[in-house]
Write a protein of this length. Sequence first.
Lengths: 196, 118
Amino acid sequence: MQIPYTVHARPDTGVHNSKLGIWLFLGSEVMLFGALFSSYVLLRTSAPSWPLGYTMLSVPLAAVNTVFLISSSVTMVMAWASLKLHDFGKYRMYMGLTFLCGLAFMVVKSFEYYEHVVHHAVPATNIFLAVYFTLTGLHGLHVVGGMVVMAYFLGPGTRMWRTEAERFTNRVEVLGLYWHFVDLVWIFLFPVLYLL
Amino acid sequence: MSHTGADDIRHHVKVYIRVFVALMVATIITVAVGYVHLAIPLAVTVALIVASIKGTLVATYFMHLNSEKRIIFYALALAGVLFAVLMLLPSLTHLGTIADERMGAFEHVAESVPPAVH
């Protein structure tokens, strides 16, 4: 049995099911990160003292990572636009670039984590680092999750393009919505953790 | 998205490039303001305003919320209201603390007032 309305819009909602599904999922993600942001605010405002992010973390590395993620959002939307223009070659290029930006983000993040750990700055050291590792760790897991799906849509998943081009395009759009959300979370994490 | 013609997509691509440039400029502003080391309340305000502008650009243009169907906004509105409640929780907790401190202050005043002489 096939899932209905994966290509054309459902008459009552006006969108295809996968798009509604991903937006509902993103709503739950807002709650997940919202609860953690709320905890961060409570812990910070209740603490007698709180270290400024830039005294403990590397702002240049985080700024470079911001550039990687914003660039990846653009290449992701360009990948989707390429499919809409029936240019599969450009799709592969842009999706490949998005994957590489995600990989670059994780490599930089790994360097940051390595530096913290060798200097014995771990989650148990203080509440600031516990919050930092929780928020960036959860965000990093989301980046890795997105990269796994990208790898699928660069490899075996592309078979669908030959048989059901429109459905494949919708799948890429849904992946794009997820990836832009991951970018959006980082846009707030960067100033909150590193600059304040 | 509602516009799927090739010309529309090419127009969208131009918009994506402009949004990308705007996001990069906003990132430079964020980092520059971070290095100025403003007072915390001002720094928080500026950082959140710039981050909100960047987030709005991503949601509006990359996530196509500028041309999305009503049901998506219903789902987002629910998430938005619950998110606002989550963000208010720390403030409510502190309101409780402030109230406790005031009560404490009043008790202190009450103890210090000598009994009325009749």
